[in-house]
Write a protein that binds this ligand. Structure first.
Ligand SMILES: Cc1ncc(COP(=O)(O)O)c(C=O)c1O
Length: 376
């Protein structure tokens, strides 16, 4: 069997042995009654880490963001300002509008994941005119997935928070990969989210827990969040089974995240060093564990075609050009961000050996396709 290197997402990570042990051995109770000691311990721990009063354990990052929006925008006719490349706008099925009755108004994300503050200022609507909605919330994303795992600059975070305060608008951070931002910047997570009214974090991405996210904020915010979680069907009973793994993830895997960033940097540098016209990366823009590779806009080469080829093993590869420990070749899995962008994600299960096998395969395939499709 070919050796598979799965670089599609950090969500593919499976629980560690320590997580499995904790899942079997943790104390449990009914969390809808607030009686699961393990969930309570996780909620206290994450709230403390982020310097907030309270937290709520929820099944997914999507639900965490939706709950935050529904709490902040609890008056009908509310509007959220959000980046056009944000997960909330692009990948959550418009749940905020669908289920929350909230208008999502988009601002153009810059390549670094921020958006223009003057534009925010211009877009804020105070609801004084009967024709218009009321801007109630600004939602930001850190790290920024579609911008290639970019870490939002601290200065920009301070500025957007000040702007929100000036207009009495709440600030929510989709921090699905907040701990990657902290590992890159060296800042404490609590400093990064200091001025946010709410934050969502995921335990099931680079942190490798099997499931779960948290939404974090003030006592008052979490009281309302708890009601909405129940309404959405996210009230879980003996949820300590999974919360136990999230606690281990924070202790065991969080300190290792920088290693994923280092390996992402190596991959980006190797691809850059190939000097191929068809495949571009920007290692100097590489912050965390996501590596974006762009294809030329006018070439017939598409992301889908590259991904298909990375999943095939040809005879020449197994006969020595791309040799593996078992001589059966390497399959690399990645995802298509759009027809001209591929995303590779580094995570705990990508060891140095897996990385080098992936690099060997990617180099082989990129050179082959570049020779075939290069724009003359
Ligand atoms: C930035 C960001 N926010 C939110 C989510 C949603 O998380 P979940 O898949 O747990 O719903 C993701 C998932 O990849 C994400 O990348």
């Amino acid at each position: 069997m070919a050796y598979i290197v799965d670089l599609r997402s950090d969500t593919v990570t499976k629980p560690t042995e320590a997580m499995k042990h904790a899942m079997v051995n943790s104390a449990l109770g009914d969390d809808v009654y607030g009686e699961d000691p393990t969930v309570n311990a996780l909620e206290s721990k994450i709230a403390h880490m982020l310097g907030k009063q309270a937290a709520l354990f929820v099944p997914s990052g999507t639900m965490a963001n939706l709950i935050a929006i529904m709490v902040h925008c609890n008056k009908r006719g509310s509007e959220v300002l959000v980046g056009d490349r944000s997960h909330i706008f692009s990948y959550e099925q418009g749940g905020a509008s669908h289920l929350g009755g909230v208008l999502l108004t988009i601002l153009q994300n810059k390549p670094d994941g921020t958006f223009d503050l003057e534009e925010v200022e211009k877009r804020v609507r105070d609801g004084s005119d009967v024709h218009i909605p009321t801007t109630t919330l600004v939602a930001i994303e850190n790290t920024h997935n579609c911008c290639g795992g970019k870490v939002l600059p601290l200065k920009w975070l301070d500025d957007i928070a000040a702007l929100c305060k000036k207009h009495s608008i709440a600030l929510h951070m989709d921090g699905a990969r907040l701990f990657n931002a902290a590992a890159y910047s060296g800042e404490k997570p609590s400093r990064i989210v200091r001025d946010c009214d709410s934050v969502s974090v995921c335990f099931s991405k680079g942190l490798s827990a099997p499931v779960g996210s948290a939404v974090v904020g003030s006592y008052h915010f979490i009281d309302q969040a708890r009601r909405i979680r129940k309404m959405l069907g996210g009230g879980m009973r003996q949820a300590g089974v999974v919360a136990a793994a999230a606690i281990v993830a924070l202790d065991e895997v969080l300190p290792m995240l920088a290693l994923d960033h280092k390996r992402a940097q190596i991959l980006a540098k190797v691809i850059e060093g190939l000097f191929l016209k068809s495949f571009k990366v920007e290692p100097c823009q590489q912050h965390t564990n996501l590596v974006l590779v762009s294809l030329p806009p006018h070439s017939a080469l598409s992301a889908n075609l590259v991904l298909q080829r990375l999943r095939q093993v040809c005879l020449a590869e197994t006969q020595g050009d791309c040799k593996t420990p078992n001589d059966e070749g390497v399959i690399v899995k990645a995802i298509e961000f759009n027809s001209k962008t591929i995303r590779f994600t580094l995570h705990r299960e990508i060891t140095d050996e897996a990385l080098w096998l992936a690099i060997m395969k990617i180099t082989y395939v990129f050179k082959e396709l570049d020779a075939k499709y290069q724009e003359k």
